[in-house]
Design a protein around this ligand. Structure first.
Ligand code: HEM
Length: 412
C-alpha cells in the first residue's frame, strides 16, 4: 500500500511513529490501535506502544513496575548535557521523591501567580517588536517570532538568566530535543547537537558558580538554598534541575501556543467566539491540550515481566504510553475526535502525565498560555493563519507547528 493510501485507510499494522505520514497526522493510527491492537510492539523504536487511557494510567501510576530511569537516556542518548546526574523526570523512588518535594515549592499556584505580571509584560514586549518590525498590518511567523520566544523568556527570567540570551537558549533546546531523532542525522547535525549540549552545561555551570556567592530571588538561588529533611541539593542536582526546566518548559509551551492558533483556524466558529469573548480562552487551551497535545508520547521500561491489556511484556522492555491517544479514548471522552471547547471533561487529561511524575509546570504553562493569548487577541484586531497546510515539527513525541505564517492588523 502507498503511503498516501495508508494515511486514508490506516490499520494498526501501519502505525510506525517514525513514518513521516504518521508524524504528520497520527490520530487515525491511534484510533485504529486502540480498537485492534491496544498494546502494540513497535519495531522501529523497539518498544511497546500503549494506546488506551486506562492502560496508560496503569503504567504511569506504578513507578516501581514501570521505571522512568531510561527516559532521558532514550530521549537524548549521548547528547545529555549532564549524563552523570539524571534529572528528576528520569528517576524512580526514593531519589525522585526527595527532588520533587524540593522542586514542588517553586511551582505552587501562589509562586506561579507572582510571575503573572511579567508574563503579560513579556507578551506585550514581543508584540511591540513584531509591530515595530512589520508595521500596523502585515505578516509574521507566529511560531518563530512569538511562540518560540515567549516561554523561553519567561523561563529565563524564572531561572534568573539574562533574557538577552533567550535566542541562544532556544537554539540549544531545539538542538538537544532533536537528539531524539539522532538515528536519522548525519555528522554535521550531530556535531551541532553536541555543541549545544556542551554550551548548555557550561552556561549553567558558570551561572551556578557566580550565583552561589550572590544569591537572589530567582529559582536557581532558591534551589541552591532549598533544604528538604535537612538535605541540600548538590551542585550537579541544581544544574540538572535547571536544565530539565529549560528543556521541559520551553518547547512544550511554544508548541501549545502554536497549536492553539492552528485549531482556531480549523474551527472558525470557535475562533469567532473566542475573539469576541476572552473568557473562553481557558476552555480553548484545555481542549487544545486534549485534542492535539504538545507531548504525544513518553517513555518507561518494565522492571519485571508484566501484562498490560492482555499483552505480555517481558522485563526490560521499553514502553511508550501514547498520551495523545489516551486523550482520544472513546471510552473516556464523548465524541473524542470532535474539537469542542464546551465539552464537559470527566477524567483528567493525559497531556501532563499522571502519577508520581505528573508535570510540575502544568499550572505555569496554563498561566503563560492564557496571558499570551489574552494579550495577542487584544493587540491584534485580526490574526489569520495564512495556509490550511500545516508543517508540523519533525518529531513523533513532540507536536506543534514548525512554522505558522499569520496575517494581522494591529488594534488601534
Ligand atoms: C503544555 C506544556 C507542557 C506539557 C504538555 C508538559 C508535559 C509533561 C509531561 C507529560 C510530563 C510527565 C513525564 C513523565 O511522566 O514521565 C511532564 C513532567 C514535567 N514537566 Fe511538564 N509539560 C509542560 C510544561 C512544563 C513547564 C512550563 C515546566 C516548567 C518550567 C514543566 C516541567 C516539568 C517537570 C519538572 C516535569 C518532571 C516532573 C517529575 O519528574 O516529577 N513542564 N511534563
Amino acid at each position: 500500500m502507498s503511503k498516501s493510501m495508508a494515511a486514508i485507510s490506516p490499520t494498526a499494522l501501519d502505525y510506525d511513529p517514525l513514518d513521516p505520514v504518521v508524524k504528520h497526522e497520527p490520530y487515525p493510527y491511534y484510533t485504529e490501535m486502540r480498537k485492534t491492537d491496544p498494546v502494540k510492539w513497535l519495531p522501529s523504536l523497539e518498544a511497546f506502544g500503549i494506546s488506551r487511557y486506562d492502560d496508560i494510567g496503569t503504567v504511569l501510576k506504578d513507578g516501581i513496575t514501570f521505571s522512568s530511569q531510561q527516559f532521558w537516556p532514550l530521549l537524548l542518548g549521548e547528547y545529555d548535557p549532564l549524563p552523570e546526574e539524571p534529572p528528576m523526570i528520569s528517576m524512580d523512588p526514593p531519589g525522585h521523591i526527595h527532588l520533587r518535594k524540593l522542586a514542588n515549592k517553586a511551582f505552587t499556584p501562589s509562586k506561579v501567580n507572582m510571575l503573572k505580571d511579567r508574563a503579560y509584560k513579556i507578551a506585550h514586549e514581543l508584540i511591540d517588536d513584531i509591530i515595530a518590525e512589520h508595521g500596523e498590518t502585515g505578516e509574521f511567523d507566529w511560531a518563530w517570532e512569538f511562540t518560540a520566544l515567549y516561554p523561553v523568556t519567561v523561563i529565563a527570567e524564572v531561572l534568573g538568566v539574562p533574557t538577552q540570551r533567550r535566542a541562544e537558549f532556544k537554539h540549544w533546546v531545539d538542538d538537544i530535543l532533536s537528539a531524539a531523532n539522532r538515528a536519522a542525522y548525519g555528522p554535521e547535525k550531530l556535531a551541532e547537537i553536541a555543541e549545544s549540549s556542551k554550551n548548555v552545561r557550561s552556561f549553567f555551570e558558570d551561572l551556578y558558580d557566580e550565583r552561589k556567592d550572590n544569591l537572589g530571588e530567582d529559582l536557581l538561588s532558591s534551589f541552591i538554598m532549598a533544604e528538604v529533611d535537612g538535605k541540600k541539593m548538590s551542585r550537579n542536582q541544581v544544574l540538572s534541575m535547571a536544565i530539565l526546566l529549560l528543556i521541559g518548559g520551553v518547547e512544550t509551551t511554544t508548541n501549545l501556543l502554536g497549536t492553539v492558533l492552528v485549531e482556531m483556524h480549523r474551527h472558525p466558529k470557535t475562533k469567532k467566539r473566542v475573539h469576541a469573548n476572552h473568557d473562553l480562552i481557558p476552555p480553548l487551551i484545555e481542549e487544545v491540550l486534549r485534542f492535539n497535545p504538545p507531548v504525544q508520547i513518553i517513555f518507561r521500561h518494565a522492571t519485571k515481566d508484566v501484562e498490560i491489556g492482555g499483552t505480555s511484556i517481558p522485563a526490560g522492555s521499553a514502553i511508550m504510553p501514547i498520551l495523545a491517544s489516551g486523550n482520544r479514548d472513546e471510552d473516556k471522552f464523548e465524541d473524542p475526535d470532535t474539537f469542542n471547547i464546551d465539552r464537559k471533561i470527566d477524567v483528567p487529561l493525559m497531556s501532563f502525565g499522571q502519577g508520581p511524575h505528573f508535570c510540575l509546570g502544568n499550572y505555569l504553562t496554563r498561566m503563560e498560555a492564557k496571558a499570551a493569548l489574552e494579550v495577542a487577541f487584544s493587540r491584534f484586531e485580526t490574526l489569520e493563519v495564512v495556509s490550511d497546510d500545516v508543517k508540523w515539527i519533525d518529531s513523533y513525541f513532540a507536536r506543534g507547528p514548525a512554522t505558522l505564517p499569520v496575517k494581522y492588523k494591529a488594534a488601534t
